[in-house]
Write a protein that binds this ligand. Structure first.
Ligand code: PXL
Length: 285
């Protein structure tokens, strides 16, 4: 008989690896939770969503509806505590209000165990410009989350904002990236990946593991930059980490997947603000 005992294992919410993702739910535009949910699931990890805001479309569109979910978070998280949920990974992304930074910090403190990997994606800017609704204060609050990061995944604009480095257009030299990642490590991040770095006809991702040298991985750029690729990157990195893949291997895994998505998105003439049509390629992830 298929009783619990005969299988040698009791039912538990925590039998399968899972990741908690604190990020917005955007209905159209492929970013944040609507990227994390399918990608983390495709990598065979359960993705448990904590929505920071509800948006009709992301903030790079001229028009969007936004509802801040700050008031929902305390009872939502309290329920998870009662359920006794344990997470192999926690990922933070876009915040809908200033108060959510402290809520995320408390969530990490309450749910982190020795086996939990915390990824902080300091979502706040791109191409040298802060996202709609964000200010220097947002940046200060984001800096306060950096010491919680086992893995920090800024784009180059966010790396500059966090470290007070002037942003410039065009390619970034190895030495500049070494200084940026050293400074991010000094702010308290254990492992760092700077994503989507312009490098001429290439896109580079710079990876610094705790105590290690900077490793730079380049892939050929395919078409123009697209929204949400940073979210695809972070989703792959945290699911891979929970699955035991090494960080350099995972960075190359994510970069190659995004490159294929970029090519497919150009082929299908998807507008750049609609992100990448990763659905077409989920089966090869
Ligand atoms: O992909 C980053 C991101 C996440 N969430 C929202 C955004 C953006 C970038 O524009 O607007 C709501």
């Amino acid at each position: 008989m298929g009783t619990k005992k005969s299988r040698g294992m009791a039912y538990s919410h925590n039998n399968q690896k899972k990741i908690a993702v604190i990020n917005d739910f955007t209905g159209f535009g492929r970013c944040s939770l609507t990227v994390f949910l399918p990608i983390v699931s495709a990598l065979k990890v359960q993705c448990c969503a904590i929505p920071t805001a509800l948006l009709s479309a992301h903030t790079a569109y001229d028009e969007f509806y936004l509802r801040d979910c700050t008031a929902d978070l305390p009872p939502y998280i309290a329920n998870w505590k009662h359920l006794g949920l344990q997470f192999s990974g926690i990922a933070t992304g876009y915040f809908g209000s200033p108060a959510q930074f402290a809520i995320a910090k408390d969530f990490i403190a309450d749910f982190r165990s020795d086996n939990t990997l915390v990824l902080v994606d300091p979502v706040m800017a791109d191409d040298g410009v802060l996202y709609e609704g964000f200010t220097e204060k947002t940046c200060e609050r984001m800096r306060s989350l950096v010491p919680d990061a086992d893995l920090l995944t800024p784009n180059v604009t966010e790396a500059c904002l966090l470290t007070g480095t002037p942003y410039h257009e065009g390619s970034w030299r190895r030495r500049e990236l070494e200084v940026l990642t050293e400074q991010l490590a000094e702010l308290g991040a254990k492992n760092i990946v700077i994503t989507g770095i312009p490098a001429g006809t290439y896109v580079a991702n710079a990876c610094r593991e705790k105590g290690g040298d900077l490793q730079i991985f380049r892939t050929l750029r395919s078409g123009q930059p697209r929204s949400g690729t940073g979210d695809v990157f972070s989703a792959i990195l945290i699911a891979d980490a929970v699955n035991g893949r090494t960080l350099p291997d995972s960075v190359q895994h994510a970069a190659r997947f995004i490159q294929k998505c970029m090519i497919k998105s150009e082929e299908m003439k998807i507008p750049p603000e609609d992100g990448v049509c990763f659905e077409e390629l989920l089966d090869i992830l």
